[in-house]
Design a protein around this ligand. Structure first.
Ligand code: FES
Length: 103
């Protein structure tokens, strides 16, 4: 497997005991992961973008949180409705979605 161009971490409030319980999970972040996977697949970006669900980033009140490397862009209050815009603007065109970035 080649290294992806972008690695996307979506907080699903995963815990070490396997439980998912926390703010981002309560805000339907599992659906955000699903939406990213579908969007990446439909745009044929699977070799460029990897999606990983994670545990808490420690800034729950701004969740759901999505973090993108290599840039280290942190997105806040992401919803399923934002996913297509992030994929198109950031991953296809290289322009992070400013209105969602934590500064
Ligand atoms: S539960 Fe997502 S940042 Fe804390």
């Amino acid at each position: 497997m080649q290294k992806p161009k972008y690695h996307v971490f979506v907080c699903t409030s995963s815990r070490i005991n396997g439980q998912q319980k926390g703010y981002c999970f309560s805000k339907d972040s599992v659906s955000i992961v699903q939406a990213f996977m579908e969007e990446i697949e439909s745009r044929d970006l699977s070799s460029d973008v990897m999606i990983t669900n994670t545990g808490c980033f420690g800034i729950c009140s701004q969740g759901p949180i999505v973090v993108v490397y290599p840039e280290g862009v942190w997105y806040k209050e992401v919803s399923v409705d934002d996913v297509a815009e992030i994929v198109e603007s950031h991953f296809e065109n290289g322009n992070p979605v400013e209105r969602l970035i934590i500064k």
